[in-house]
Design a protein around this ligand. Structure first.
Ligand SMILES: [Zn+2]
Length: 133
């Protein structure tokens, strides 16, 4: 079997900025990417309100209070407030390592119309070899 790389190897993965949306491109005033139009886990953790883990394989960065409240309502096994991004980062890494092989990390934002916007941070099956069998 192949071992997925440690999540620390994914920390520098850049992802499309959640605020970057079609023709509404980010500009230097974008609070997340400042116009780079991509961002990474460390940057997202700077802004996350809290993080949640279902105790199995779903890890979410709750980017605002509304998403935090929803996770509490859903009864996720663990939710911690992001008071210190460094400590939160460590916790997310531990959760990721303890998750089953279906693991993924998503950031979830609240849209203006109160719907959820999910952004993939670490995709499911990230780092696993594709096998034919
Ligand atoms: Zn942006």
């Amino acid at each position: 079997m192949s071992y997925p790389p440690a999540i620390v190897d994914t920390m520098n993965e850049t992802i499309e900025c959640p605020n970057h949306n079609g023709s509404f491109d980010c500009n230097p005033f974008c609070r997340l990417c400042e116009g780079n139009q991509e961002t990474d886990l460390d940057t997202l953790l700077t802004y996350a309100f809290s993080v949640s883990w279902d105790g199995c394989h779903k890890i979410y960065l709750n980017m605002d209070k509304m998403q935090h409240d929803k996770m509490i309502e859903y009864g996720y096994e663990r939710t911690i407030q992001n008071n210190n991004p460094y400590i939160t980062n460590q916790e997310v890494q531990t959760w990721y390592e303890d998750s089953c092989s279906l693991r993924f990390i998503d950031a979830v934002f609240t849209n203006d119309d109160d719907t959820d916007k999910f952004v993939t941070v670490v995709a499911q099956f990230f780092g696993e070899d594709e096998e034919d069998d």
